[in-house]
Each structure stands twice: as C-alpha cells, then as structure tokens.
Design a protein around this ligand. Structure first.
Ligand code: FES
Length: 229
C-alpha cells in the first residue's frame, strides 16, 4: 500500500509553513493542531505552581518543579514541605526507599544538594550520611553545586546531535558567557549538556527549569534568553 502523497500547499507541506519557523524553540504549530501557541500549550510561567505540600499523595513523590527563588538556607521539611514528606513516606515501605523523592524535595527548595543538605536528609530519614551522599552523587539530575536562576539543559544526544545540538550548546554558552555547569556572575544562568530529554522528535531539545523548548537552533538562543529576563 503506498503512502498518501502530501499535497503541495497543504498544511502538511513544510514548504507552505508560515514563517512560524521563526520558532524560537516551539514546535507546537506544525500543522496537526493549527492555531496553538506556546503559552496556550505550556502556560505563561517558567516555574511550576504545584502546591508546596505536593498536592494529592499519589503525586507528592513525583519529580519536583523548580521554585522561582531557590534559597540554599531555606529550612527543609517544615510546614507544607513536612506535609509533603509525610505523604511521600506513606507511599514507600521504609524510609530508605523514600530517599530519592526526599532529595528532590530538598533540591527543589535549595536549588542544589550541599553536603550539609545531604546530611540533613540523612538525619531526617535515619540513614547513614555516607549512604545518602553516595546516592545523591550517583544521579546526575541532582545538582551538587549552586545553579543559576535559569538552569538551561541542552540535549546533545543522538537525535539532537545530528541536528546541531552541539552548536546550540555553544550558542547558549556564548550568549550567557559561561562554561558548562558554571553559574554566571549575575546568578541568572547555568548551562549544562544533558543526554536525551525524551523529545527526540523535536531536536534540538532544551529544558529551561521545568519547561521544554523544541526545535531550537543556534540563532534562536538570543530571543529565548531575552524572553527569560
Ligand atoms: S536525543 Fe535529544 S531529546 Fe532525545
């Protein structure tokens, strides 16, 4: 059976796409759902609005949002965050099993896991500090050093790499004036290279805080940074 040919000038014909190819970093309106704009799909905020207590217990342990202002001195596990930890603990057979979401919670509040933060988590979960540090340093999604207000994660895995991911990474580094993993002097930016954001159909994929930018090209970078500031 032969495939249905794409009609020239139809909404599925790339040559007829409007200069919405001026992207920057949004693959929403590719013809399948005409009329969608980025804000309609993703909301206006660059940071999450999930309640600090985690909402319903069934989702309280899922990946966190990064709050707008991270405070390395913020108290852990108090108020709504204590409530959230209790919900998380209720979903696991023992405290050790709740270590990853407990670390995520601390990560969300403080922006990174310092040795002191890891020790506080260890104490709260009654686990050996060395064990907690071993787990936290194993997973690359935990930051072990402070990051900027906007954490920019650029995928350079195979799909994105073939479509210029390295050049996109270079462009972010150049326009933020940083080295990979380093926080800019103004505290706004940290750019990191990551492996596969699960958006391989929309290379190059970039995650800024918890939001995705898709089909990003090196020339889109200044406009994306401008939107954030
Ligand atoms: S290869 Fe980049 S998102 Fe999968």
């Amino acid at each position: 059976m032969s495939a249905t040919p794409i009609r020239a000038g139809s909404e599925y014909d790339p040559s007829s796409w409007p200069e919405a190819r001026e992207n920057p970093g949004f693959a929403g309106d590719t013809g399948e759902f005409p009329g969608l704009d980025e804000d309609g799909v993703r909301g206006l905020s660059y940071v999450g609005e999930r309640p600090a207590d985690g909402g319903h217990a069934s989702v309280a342990g899922t990946l966190p949002y990064q709050v707008a202002t991270r405070d390395p001195e913020a108290p852990l596990f108090v108020g709504p965050y204590e409530e959230r930890l209790e919900k998380v603990l209720g979903r696991y057979p023992d405290r050790q099993a709740a270590l990853l979401p407990a670390l995520h919670l601390a990560h969300e509040l403080r922006g990174y896991l310092s040795p002191q933060t890891m020790d506080e988590v260890a104490e709260k979960l009654q686990l050996p500090p060395a064990y907690v540090r071993g787990v936290a340093s194993f997973y690359t999604m935990y930051n072990l050093a402070p990051v900027g207000k906007y954490l920019i994660q650029v995928c350079t895995n195979i799909s994105c790499n073939l479509c210029g991911g390295d050049a996109v990474l270079e462009s972010f580094l150049k326009h933020t004036g940083t080295e990979p993993g380093e926080m800019s002097a103004n505290g706004l930016w940290t750019v990191m290279e990551v492996e596969c954001l699960g958006a391989c159909g929309f290379p190059t994929a970039v995650q800024i805080n918890e939001r995705y930018f898709e089909n990003v090209r090196p020339e889109d970078v200044p406009a994306i940074l401008e939107r954030l500031t």
